[in-house]
Design a protein around this ligand. Structure first.
Ligand code: CAA
Length: 698
């Protein structure tokens, strides 16, 4: 329950805010805070005011749920201004994560004390907005323009030592007792006769305008490259830059105007959707029932790209790892790769060599699978072939303890079938890591028919320890991510055979905000992988399915992308990034001629429409079949594992923003030409009929 109360202790007024779980600044918090400030401010017996928010954290920012809605009550900016102009010393006592509006409240106080593990930040940029309660004006006054812009453009959480060193915090407390810390600091300030100290009047860090101008110009040009598609980073810089030449009240008005522009931007909707979507992923039925097991010892089978990546992800999280490879040569190769990765991290200063040694001490690589006997979880990452995987699992069934969880890192195969060779299939699960597994955040947790709730709960706990973004998926060919990928890849090749150039398609997707175009991704992953999948699926393909052979022709040349220095693009020393392979266009033309297609031209919009329609089409199917629990889970998979722009919220959110009626119309139009591929899914028809969107299913 939200509560803002104030009490008087001697000559100090104490305001305590409570709005669990993170003390977000909702309308009622703002109202309560303003009320307390007014009352305490008018009380002549009071000489100082302390603002604290006992509980998990000091105010973690504005209540994000209120954005875009009409809510009553004072705006935070007004509350902050009122705090700053009080004629009594105001202390903010911080702990936890005072972020966004929370730090803005703290900066409008005259002094700040913080508990030892406090982290502060203005992460609004990650939500597509800017600090709209004076943050763009007060932070530069406390720590200087360069650091303030760095904080606001990255949204990073700054630890207490750095915050103290740079003037954001005045004192570091000895413990976490935020009320006691605030009161004792206020007493000390009164004893020292410390005066009120409005942040708006501090100017020593912003008076060297020539130097600051240069700094801003540099940051501006870097941001143009780093955040070229984004709106709010540029608004943040603008607010700081323009504010320097305005009176403080005018600068605050200007910040407010820019804040409103951000709030109205669709990027804000997309980013805030991503924020909540990433918090919804752990709301899965098995977690309510299952009991997670704390793991310490992990086994990894296979020392290839995935096996080494998974091993490093596990070691980084402090697990001991036994890796199994077939022979000494393969072990040597895996070890070299792992060593090289950590050496690079040491060289870049990310870890010390002691840390590297400590991490490597967690690792053993052997050929004998009997060494897995004491493992609590074994993750199989061998070649993507059902027979091989079944052999491995049958062996694990005899070697590992009965409690050991057996996981497959398969990216497409049927986990139920893999589990069928294990006596107790309730301990079998899919853990689909993404490459490079030590870096990529996404982890699909694939729940098979007989997987137990405890096994699922343990997998989610593992993901948490590995700092992964876990998304629950049911079993189907390719799970959530690769199944959607298969659909739009096929749709993309249809477009190419119909006349679109792969390079045009990639450009459209990059301009849309995707990290890479489809054909760049194929080159990165290796064309041979998709080729093997197509061969595996060939016997099951319906004779009337449209099958485009362009990709096979490319692979038949041995052009698998980056690993062979040639694919849709050319790679190698002296070749500029993204140099198109000119022979691709010839292959496309030959194939069109062979099948008798007269090429037509595609506009950017036509390419985008088909790409999105294919993604949404398969996303809906996945929901219909209950492979994904909710549309936002599909969004999380795509924004965390497939380079879909986070600021567009993910494919399902983007479809909501475009309008499901429009998406359905497109699918209906495409299905006139190819009903086998595009027959509109029931759920989508229902949603449109009932005037609902995907968000209504979240
Ligand atoms: N508003 C509303 N709800 C919030 C929230 C916020 N600012 N911050 C967190 N929550 C909710 C989460 O959605 C979650 O809800 P459920 O339990 O229902 O899923 C719950 O609080 C706990 O959050 P986490 O699971 O993220 O908890 P955590 O301990 O892992 O992390 C945190 C805590 C670091 C504060 C993290 O939640 C976070 O980063 N929150 C956002 C902070 C932020 O961006 N603040 C700026 C807001 S914008 C602003 O302030 C604009 C301005 O200028 C006025």
């Amino acid at each position: 329950m939200t509560e803002v109360k104030h009490t008087i202790i001697d000559e100090i007024g104490l305001i305590e805010i409570s709005n669990p779980p993170v003390n977000a600044i909702s309308a009622s918090v703002r109202k309560g805070l303003l009320n307390s400030i007014n009352e305490l401010g008018a009380n002549n017996l009071i000489k100082a005011i302390v603002i604290a928010a006992p509980g998990r954290t000091f105010l973690a920012g504005a209540d994000i749920k209120e954005f875009g809605k009409n809510v009553d009550g004072p705006i935070l900016s007004e509350v902050c201004d009122k705090i700053e102009v009080l004629d009594k010393v105001v202390v903010a006592s911080l702990h936890g994560t005072p972020l966004g509006g929370g730090l803005e409240v703290a900066m409008s106080a005259h002094y700040r004390i913080a508990a030892p593990k406090t982290k502060v930040g203005l992460p609004e940029v990650l939500l597509g907005i800017l600090p709209g309660a004076g943050g763009t004006q007060r932070l530069p006054r406390l720590c200087g323009v360069s650091m303030a812009l760095d904080m606001m453009l990255t949204g990073r959480h700054v630890n207490i030592d750095e915050a103290f060193k740079n003037g954001i915090i005045d004192e570091i407390a000895e413990d976490d007792d935020t009320v006691k810390n605030g009161i004792s600091y206020a007493r000390r300030l009164l004893k020292r006769n410390s005066d009120v100290r409005p942040t708006s009047e501090i100017s020593d860090k912003i008076d060297n305008l020539d130097e600051i101008k240069k700094t801003i110009e540099k940051i501006k040009s870097e941001t143009l490259i780093k955040a070229k598609n984004l709106f709010s980073p540029h608004a943040i810089i603008k607010s700081v830059e323009e504010g320097l030449n305005l009176s403080f009240p005018n600068a605050i008005d200007n910040e407010r105007r820019l804040f409103k522009e951000c709030i109205e931007s669709p990027q804000r909707q997309g980013l805030i959707h991503s924020f909540f979507a990433e918090r919804a992923i752990t709301k899965v039925p098995e977690l309510e029932l299952g009991k997670p097991k704390e793991l310490k010892k992990i086994g990894v089978i296979g020392g290839g790209t995935m096996g080494t990546g998974i091993s490093m992800a596990a070691m980084n999280a402090g697990f001991s790892v036994v890796m199994i490879e077939q022979n000494d040569e393969a072990i040597e190769k895996a070890l070299t790769k792992i060593n090289a990765t950590y050496d690079r991290n040491v060289k870049l200063g990310r870890i010390s060599s002691e840390q590297k040694n400590q991490i490597m001490s967690l690792f053993t690589a052997v050929t004998n699978m009997d060494n897995l006997i004491d493992r609590e979880l074994v993750i199989e990452a061998v070649f993507e072939n059902m027979e091989i995987k079944k052999q491995v699992f049958a062996k694990l069934n005899t070697i590992c303890s009965k409690e050991c969880i057996l996981a497959s890192n398969t990216s497409y195969l049927d986990v139920n079938e893999i589990a069928s060779v294990v006596e107790n299939p309730s301990r079998v699960i899919g853990l689909h890591f993404f490459s490079p597994a030590n870096i990529m955040k996404l982890l699909e947790i694939v729940v098979a028919d007989k997987t137990s709730d405890d096994t699922v709960a343990t997998a989610f706990l593992l993901a948490k320890r590995m700092k992964k973004v876990p998304v629950r998926s049911g079993v189907c060919d390719g799970f959530i991510g690769n199944r959607v990928l298969s659909k739009y890849l096929i749709g993309t090749y249809h477009m190419v055979e119909d006349g679109a150039s792969p390079f045009h398609i990639d450009t459209v997707l990059r301009n849309f905000g995707c990290a890479m175009g489809v054909f760049q991704v194929i080159d990165l992953a290796g064309g041979d992988i998709g080729w093997a999948t197509r061969k595996r699926k060939a016997p099951f393909r319906h004779k009337d399915d449209r099958y485009v052979e362009i990709a096979d022709r490319v692979c038949e040349n041995g052009w698998f992308g980056q690993k062979t220095s040639k694919g849709y693009y050319l790679y190698g020393d002296g070749i500029k990034p993204l140099t198109a392979n000119p022979e691709i266009n010839i292959i496309c033309e030959n194939e069109r001629q062979r099948v008798g297609i007269k090429p037509k031209s595609f506009s950017d919009q036509e390419i985008l429409d088909k790409y999105i329609a294919a993604m949404v089409f398969e996303g809906v199917k996945i929901l219909q079949e209950k492979i994904a629990i909710r549309p936002s889970d599909i969004d999380v998979v795509y924004t965390n594992g497939y380079g879909f722009p986070r600021w567009r919220g993910g494919p399902m959110k983007y479809a909501d923003m475009v309008g499901l009626d429009k998406i359905l119309l497109n699918i209906q139009k495409f299905s006139e030409e190819d009903p086998r591929f595009w027959s509109p899914p029931e759920l989508l028809i229902d949603l449109v009929k009932n005037n609902k969107n995907f968000d209504s299913l979240n």
